[in-house]
Design a protein around this ligand. Structure first.
Ligand code: NAP
Length: 499
């Protein structure tokens, strides 16, 4: 028997009701494929099934064997309340008429053209998996890491935890891709780290770099990540904001958390907190900026000097160059100001912050997917209200939502309203006759079966879930993430009908 994912679940009650009527005016359900099972894709599935005007048949596909995208592989493991959004997302994937097809890579297993030909409409929701670059010398030195990679590492993403023994790793500059062994080595040989950027991801990274492994033991971090962090020797973490404290993009709750880290001195130079005229204006109208400033002022100049680790928050400071031969040894930084147009300019005062690890946390960036329109300037799929623009006009059957639609901004909940906008466009198109259901139920499953591709469904996920909980319990933890693809696939397997 193929894996559970290959068997379509029944249609939503609304669809079944319509199909069960006496036949007059019955339309076949609209068959929709959503590419990406992160929050944006799952919220799109939810929006499709929450309406009852149109019967729908929804398949949410992901190249990974497990769903939940950045909720599993982006939200920091020590933020369990945010990660618990997973329960809501899981309920949507369990809904009648929705199915999850994990371990199916669009662009590799199936082309986007093949996918489009097997359903009525496609919604792209594959996020922004790459990173923005600093464009400064030394950026590719060993020890300079993109936050996207670092976060993927500590969240146990299979791309960064490959099924190899690590014996082939090198410190060649730059390595093709950083993996578990690189991160283990980096954190074990770093006393000073620099995090570039002052968004929430930068704070997540700074917190994980600063916390002791014992303080992370109650998370679901993979064993090998926790073990690597246990060998960490980082004493100083520097966070760099290229503009002033009024221009930060982190939120106050996340900032305050840094002040609660035990045995950590927070160092903020009071001079860094001086506001320019536009900074004053921001603080007077933006509550988050004002609250952040209050917190930073509480910390300024308050160092006890007694802690074993230090977290330095710098403003008006940007990296100019990463120094080192085979590995980062320091970051040359300069003082900055804003010119009359609000652009960041150097003020010529340069100094070096020693660092053996630099995490570039200056924003994520969407990557192109073969066969899907892509704007290289923005890293997004061009669209209007979620309708994909292809060859200068609207594509007849393609939609987009989430980070690959609007860019890497907002909190998880932002994806909900974003998905509603996209699904509203899709339903309007259906109303207008621009989008037409063509009786394609089951065609995608048949195509995958023909190719010998057996998707992992929600039963597979439940088995993985149970295996992670069981593994956690053996260590006195609630859960331990399985980081390797082989472990996930093995856990998803059941005797006789596995993947
Ligand atoms: P972000 O919020 O856009 O922050 C990017 C930071 O990088 C900004 O401080 C930006 O400064 C800085 N930056 C950009 N280019 C730079 C350069 N060349 N040199 C130096 N600094 C540079 O992005 P993010 O932190 O990656 O977060 C992505 C999204 O996920 C955000 O919406 C965030 O709120 C969300 N998120 C939320 C949570 C949470 O709620 N706990 C956790 C993680 C992520 P400028 O402003 O000067 O450009």
């Amino acid at each position: 028997m193929p894996d559970d994912g290959a068997d379509p679940q029944p249609l939503p009650r609304t669809a079944a009701d319509e199909l069960g009527a006496d036949g007059v005016g019955v339309r076949p359900p609209l068959v929709v494929a959503i590419v990406g099972a992160g929050p944006s894709g799952i919220y799109a599935a939810e929006a499709l099934t929450q309406q009852s005007d149109v019967p729908v048949d929804v398949t949410v596909l992901d190249r990974l064997p497990v769903p939940f995208g950045l909720v599993r592989y982006g939200v920091a493991p020590d933020h369990p309340s945010i990660r618990s959004v997973r329960n809501t997302l899981e309920r949507t994937l369990e809904k009648t008429g929705v199915r999850f097809y994990g371990d199916v890579a669009i662009g590799t297993d199936l082309t986007t053209e093949e996918l489009r030909a097997s359903v009525d409409a496609v919604i792209y929701a594959y996020g922004a998996g790459s990173d923005k670059r600093l464009e400064i010398p030394g950026e590719d030195l060993y020890g300079s890491v993109a936050a996207a990679e670092f976060v993927a590492w500590y969240c146990g993403h299979p791309d960064v935890h490959p099924d190899t023994d690590g014996s082939s790793i090198t410190t060649a500059d730059p390595p093709i891709r950083l993996e578990q062994e690189h991160f283990a080595r980096l954190v074990a040989t770093t006393s000073d780290a620099v995090v570039v950027g002052v968004g929430n991801v930068a704070l997540d990274v700074a917190r994980i770099l600063t916390k002791r492994a014992t303080e992370l033991a109650d998370t679901d971090m993979a064993d090998e990540v926790l073990d690597s962090l246990d060998h960490k020797v980082i004493a100083d973490v520097h966070v760099l904001g290229r503009r002033g404290p009024a221009y930060t993009s982190f939120t106050t709750k996340e900032l305050r958390e840094l002040g609660q880290l035990p045995d950590v001195d927070l160092l903020v130079d009071p001079l860094d907190l001086e506001l320019d005229a536009s900074g004053e204006a921001i603080v007077s109208r933006d509550k988050v900026a004002a609250r952040n400033l209050v917190v930073l002022r509480e910390w300024a100049g308050r160092s006890t000097g007694a802690a074993t680790r230090r977290l330095h928050l710098h403003f008006w400071t940007r990296p100019v160059r990463l120094l080192g031969r085979d590995r980062v040894e320091g970051v040359e930084v300069e003082r900055t100001a804003l010119d009359e147009d609000g652009a960041v300019v150097g003020r010529g005062q340069q100094r070096v912050i020693p660092a053996q690890l630099v995490v570039r946390s200056v924003g994520y960036r969407g990557e192109p997917l073969a066969g899907v329109p892509y704007d290289a300037g923005t890293g997004r799929v061009p669209h209007a209200e979620g309708r994909v623009i292809r060859d200068g006009g609207f594509s007849a059957d393609e939609y987009v939502t989430g980070w690959v639609k609007r860019g890497p901004t907002g909190v998880i909940g932002t994806n909900k309203s974003d998905a509603v906008e996209t699904v509203t466009s899709l339903l309007h198109d259906l109303d207008d006759g621009a989008l037409v259901p063509r009786g394609r139920v089951g065609r995608l499953s048949a195509l995958l079966a023909e190719r010998g591709i057996q998707p992992l469904g929600m039963d597979g996920w439940h088995r993985i879930d149970a295996a992670e909980v069981e593994l956690g319990h053996t260590h006195g933890r609630l859960r331990t993430t399985l980081a390797h693809r082989s472990e996930l696939l093995a856990a998803a397997e059941t005797s006789g009908d596995g993947h």
